[in-house]
Design a protein around this ligand. Structure first.
Ligand code: AKG
Ligand code: FE2
Length: 362
């Protein structure tokens, strides 16, 4: 198979070219949006009425799932088949932990540039402050900065990239990471049942989920119509749990060929199916394209927790999800690290990443 990557050949696993901080560009002021950030072919934002409940992602009550409620499990199945995204309420992560996490991320981005640069990504590292997925000097850039940290298992943490001198940061991430992992574990068990296994089936097959947290900062933008906070992409995870500002919109998901804004619900988590689940479910559950928009008035913070299998695990459609007569195998098996390596060698671009493991293109 031809895995051609624009200028990416010279860049190895996790390599991303250094780019300026957008927060700094905004802080210094500018006459017009720099060329590299103007997305000419961006789909126009679709205007949908946010009060239209038809166009809101489903809401799942975690406390019911955790009690083994069959109707809620059916709702989860529907949400993941039809939308690939849902809001999770009553998830059990304490409000105080959510607030502390948001405050910690906010205080990191408030540091002066030199302070943040101490934790800068290195060229061949996916962790740290900067931006990932930049594989060419010509590639359009996103209107955001981020810091990515591996958090679980704890022995995989690389504290070189953690702002340990920032008061409360490590404690906030520790607590948040632990509580969110409990939510992820329960969801994993529910997905396991939905995919025809017992509650522990996925964990037995694939081991415990790993975790990484990507903290995104979207500065304000005087021309939100020209830029993208994050380009359309799907996540490489098993699933992603997103914590976002309660009062700033930004996330949009592709649903039936339209971009639908996801309105934040205070203290809930937005959860989406990742590529690994799409592959394992043999396409039953979709890892949906999503993007982030910016606005003129308020910077936005979002915190995306990715949970994913171990690098050495092979991922592929589960036997229980393949049926030769009506659901033939749609994806080949691939070692997870090879999948992610391929993903990081490309710019974020829609569904290109799952397409490359598809057996037949539709
Ligand atoms: O900021 C958002 O709403 C989306 C973030 C996201 O998609 C990501 O970090 O993968
Ligand atoms: Fe994402």
């Amino acid at each position: 198979m031809d895995l051609k990557v624009e200028n990416g050949g010279a860049l190895g696993w996790g390599k991303s070219l250094p780019v300026p901080s957008v927060q700094e560009i905004v802080r210094n002021g500018f006459q017009s949006i720099p060329e590299r950030y103007i997305h000419e072919n961006k789909d126009l934002p679709i205007s949908v009425n946010l009060s239209d409940s038809e166009l809101q992602i489903p809401v799942i009550d975690f406390s019911l799932l955790a009690k083994g409620d069959k109707d809620e499990l059916k709702k989860l199945d529907f949400a993941c088949k039809e939308w690939g995204f849902f809001q999770m309420i009553n998830h059990g992560v304490r409000e105080e932990v959510l607030h502390k996490m948001k405050a910690a991320v906010s205080s990191f981005f408030e540091l002066p540039l030199e302070g943040k640069k101490k934790y800068a990504k290195e060229v061949n590292e996916i962790q740290g402050y900067g931006q990932n997925f930049v594989v060419s000097e010509h590639q359009k850039l996103d209107w955001s900065d981020m810091i990515y940290l591996i958090t679980v298992p704890p022995q995989n943490r690389n504290f070189k990239f953690w702002p340990l001198s920032l008061p409360g940061f490590k404690e906030a991430v520790d607590e948040y990471s632990r509580e969110i992992q409990n939510v992820a574990g329960e969801l994993y068990a529910n997905f396991s049942v939905l995919m025809g296994l017992d509650r522990d089936g996925l964990e037995r097959l694939q081991g415990e989920l790993k975790q990484g947290i990507r903290m995104n900062y979207y500065p304000v933008c005087s021309r939100p119509d020209l830029v993208l906070g994050i380009s359309p992409h799907s996540d490489g995870s098993t699933f992603t749990l997103l914590l976002q500002d309660d009062d700033v919109n930004g996330l949009e998901i592709k649903h039936k060929d339209a971009w639908i804004p996801v309105k934040p619900m205070p203290n809930s988590l937005v959860i989406n199916v990742g590529d690994a689940t799409e592959i394992q479910s043999n396409g039953m559950y979709k890892s949906i394209e999503h993007r982030a928009m910016t606005n003129e008035e308020k910077p936005r913070i979002s915190i995306a927790t990715f949970v994913f299998p171990d690098d050495e695990q092979e991922i592929g459609p589960l036997d229980s999800m393949i049926n030769d007569s009506h659901r033939p195998r749609m994806y080949r098996n691939i070692k997870y690290v090879d999948y992610i390596r391929e993903k990081f060698a490309r710019k974020m671009e829609g569904k290109a990443h799952t397409d490359f493991v598809k057996l037949q293109s539709k």
